[in-house]
Write a protein that binds this ligand. Structure first.
Ligand code: AGP
Length: 366
């Protein structure tokens, strides 16, 4: 109802703007000073975490994108192997589950049929299961050994926004808990906690880019295709940006790790296919610009979200300056403008933003 949406035209926009508060809520009571309080995972969590030798992450859609970032974090900060797969594949194939496997599911609703089926399939063969979830009492919460709630409040818009960014916060807390037993020093833990605590304010600053993004949306509304590029932990953010655009604006969008561009997708780019890059580091943008030289000559448009020490805009390259942020938590920050972009493009196209055609909020049947 209008009352619940308050000043906002759509639930999605309201939920985008709630992110600073919900990210705070997700950290509430789970951090003391510069230390994680690992009891937040459950009473027997410490015992279980002591025995974890690797992690398998299973999820769908946006939650799957959060999981790819967690894989990068776990291998970087914990130093144990981590694999990730979409639930609809994992559940139907013979899988190898090494001893000491923590089975980690990620789900906003806690009711996604494929994710739940994957858990039920392997429950008896894993060391323990942990779910990162937003709905208390949901099936995944009830059936997992451990859970960490994202505390993002009800998400009504079919396109997931605040559930995703809070999943990332919860996954970073998970990384710390596992890391303590492995490669993560108290010093690095303190650095990560500082980066987490700075996030709500930085996300607030990213939301202030709304007007610029609304203007940028004009360049997409008439297009039929768009390409999203990123590298490292921002590659999944490019994937998420493309998924958001597809879901609510019905524009065909693809995402690639930036390094894959020259291995094929570059052939698609012309003036009718805008390219969005999330590229905080200099080296990547320089490579990208080299790749896109020819494209620019043919009128291709490149939109780059970059850090404040970045180059200026020049013809066909539009640089949108992001708030400063610790590199560790950049994926959360760079998500915000891509959410806003898909939202504004959808509004320009007049689609049903909160209830896109053919989609359901929770996919409880196959
Ligand atoms: C996200 O915008 C989607 N609507 C969808 O991909 C969703 O993330 C997916 O269905 C998984 O849902 P869950 O997080 O509730 O398990």
């Amino acid at each position: 109802s209008a009352a619940e949406k308050g000043e906002f035209k759509h639930y999605m926009l309201k939920e985008i703007y709630e992110q600073p508060a919900m990210i705070k809520a997700c950290m509430e009571g789970r951090i003391s000073g510069d230390r994680l309080l690992e009891q937040c995972f459950g009473a027997n969590a410490a015992d279980i975490f002591d025995q974890v030798k690797q992690v398998q992450i299973i999820a769908c859609g946006t939650s799957f994108h959060a999981g790819i970032i967690a894989k990068y974090w776990i291998e970087a900060f914990v130093g144990i192997p981590c694999m990730i797969e979409v639930a609809s594949e994992y559940r139907y194939r013979p899988v190898v589950i090494p001893p000491g496997t923590l089975f980690l599911t990620i789900s906003q609703s806690g009711e996604t049929a494929d994710t739940l089926a994957a858990l039920r399939e392997v429950q008896s063969r894993v060391l323990a299961s942990l779910v990162i979830c937003n709905v208390p009492g949901s099936s995944l919460v009830r059936e997992s050994d451990l859970c960490l709630m994202t505390n993002a409040g009800p998400e009504i818009g079919v396109a997931s926004t605040k559930a995703f960014t809070t999943q990332l916060v919860a996954l970073m807390l998970t990384t710390i808990a596992l890391g303590r037993r492995n490669d993560l020093t108290a010093e690095v833990e303190a650095k990560i906690i500082r980066a987490l605590k700075a996030l709500p304010e930085q996300v607030e600053q990213a939301l202030a880019m709304d007007k610029d993004i609304e203007e940028m949306a004009q360049s997409f509304a008439e297009k039929h295709h768009a390409l999203f590029l990123g590298r490292g932990t921002l590659y999944p953010i490019a994937k998420e940006g493309a998924l958001k655009l597809k879901e609510i604006s019905y524009i065909h969008a693809e995402s690639y790790p930036a390094g894959e561009l020259k291995h094929g997708p570059l052939a698609l780019v012309d003036k009718d296919m805008p390219v969005v890059a999330v590229a905080p580091q200099n080296d990547m943008l320089d490579k990208l610009k080299a790749n896109l030289q020819e494209v620019k000559a043919r009128g291709g448009q490149l939109f780059v979200f970059a850090g404040s020490d970045r180059v200026q805009s020049e013809d066909a390259t539009h640089v949108l300056t992001m708030p400063d942020c610790d590199e560790i938590m950049q994926p959360v920050l760079y998500t915000i403008p891509l959410q806003l972009l898909s939202y504004h493009v959808a509004v320009l196209k007049g689609t049903d933003v909160d209830q896109p055609r053919n989609l359901a909020k929770s996919v409880t049947v196959e």
